[in-house]
Design a protein around this ligand. Structure first.
Ligand code: NAD
Length: 353
């Protein structure tokens, strides 16, 4: 075994159906008395429920979280937190809402209690992202890591089928890339394999019954592990491609992950054979890339970049951008091979190693 460094992110996790009932206890354990509750406009009812549970421990609701944290919404949320004298942010929702909490914490170091309702995994990372003038800046900062995470699978019962599938694949992408990360280690690989297994296994029962609480619990447990991998090691080609496509062509986050992952794994396959073996094993498939492709198609994920709004004349620019700045990846970034990968993803063709 090679030498390694493992940096564990210290956060407290409260997991289980109905675990939202522990919210007030968890706020007290943080020593907070004035919580600002965050959500998207679509989830304001959840934010109101949380505020009601907190009673006088809640000082307000800011229900204006939107995808990719525009700087204007970050500023408005920071102002609101300051105006109300908030001493903690409670983020109930997906990665967009957690991201808004992180934007507040980045400036104020306000502790975040996250209540995730998707499988994006942001609650387990110290990665923040803010979009200004159409460009999304990201970074890592220990202040934005949520101190406490309440994973209550009951809150995911309402996640529509399409988002359930793409969000699970988004989670699997974190773990799959963590498996071959240049700074990976055996502990992260364990979490990654179990995260992929639990996430993938949840999809079949959720297909027939989206309100299957056991399967929802497995998917959220998988998302926790996959998010922990994302928070622990560096991501490679897949995340770079998704960031480029999402940022430059305004494509939806989880859908891009679902389309690109099989192709990114195929690109790296021969350069990370051990990782591919473990990913395939976790999926119960013979081949990692093909296994993800089949899983996505079987459960109705978008079939191609074309289907989610990628313009055909953007593929050259996307390949240029993806090949432009070097970063660690098992296989070197070859512009022609990346262009071919993007074409297959655009067409919805099966992955080719
Ligand atoms: P999202 O948070 O944008 O949510 C999408 C929509 O689904 C929203 O309208 C939301 O209100 C709704 N929704 C969420 N949970 C629901 C539920 N249980 N039932 C019904 N509707 C629900 O989507 P996301 O995929 O979770 O997050 C995407 C964002 O998170 C992107 O901006 C991405 O870059 C970011 N992200 C960041 C990290 C990180 O570590 N910083 C990690 C993953 C994702």
């Amino acid at each position: 075994m090679n030498a390694f460094v493992h940096q564990a992110n210290a956060s407290r996790v409260v997991f289980g159906p109905g675990s939202l009932r522990h919210l007030a206890r968890e706020i007290d354990l943080l020593g907070a008395k004035r919580a600002l509750v965050l959500s998207t406009p679509e989830q304001i009812a959840s934010a109101e429920r949380v505020a009601a549970m907190l009673g006088e421990r809640a000082v307000g609701i800011f229900a204006k979280a939107v995808m990719h944290v525009p700087i204007e919404s970050a500023r408005a949320a920071r102002d609101e937190a300051q105006r109300l004298g908030a001493d903690c942010a409670v983020a109930i929702g997906g990665g967009s809402t957690t991201g808004l909490g992180k934007a507040i914490a980045l400036e104020s170091a306000l502790p975040i209690l996250a209540i995730p309702t998707t499988y994006a995994g942001s609650e387990m990372t110290s990665i923040w992202g803010i979009t200004e003038a159409g460009v999304k800046k990201t970074g890592r900062d220990a202040r934005v890591l949520p101190r406490t995470v309440i994973y209550d699978p009951e809150l995911t019962l309402t996640l529509p089928h399409g988002m359930t599938v793409t969000s699970v694949l988004n989670a699997i992408a974190h773990a799959a890339e963590g498996m071959y990360a240049h700074d990976g280690n055996p502990v992260v690989a364990l979490m990654a394999e179990e995260g992929i297994r639990a996430s993938a296994a949840a999809l079949a029962p959720l297909q027939s019954d989206p309100r299957n609480l056991d399967a929802r619990s497995d998917a959220l447990y998988g998302a926790w592990l996959c998010g922990s991998v994302l928070g622990s090691v560096a991501m490679g080609l897949h995340h770079k491609l998704c960031h480029t496509l999402g940022g430059s062509f305004n494509l939806p986050h989880a859908e891009v992950h679902a389309v690109i992952l099989p192709h990114a794994l195929a690109y790296n396959a021969r350069h990370a054979p051990e990782a591919m073996k473990r990913i395939a094993r976790a999926l119960g498939a013979l081949d990692a890339a093909r296994g993800v492709f089949d899983l996505a198609q079987r459960h109705g994920a978008p079939p191609s970049l074309a289907a989610i709004g990628m313009p055909a004349d953007g593929l050259d620019r996307a390949a240029d951008l993806a090949a432009s700045k070097p970063y660690p990846n098992p296989r070197t970034l070859e512009r022609a091979a990346l262009r071919a990968l993007l074409q297959r993803a655009y067409d919805g063709s099966p992955p080719v190693s």
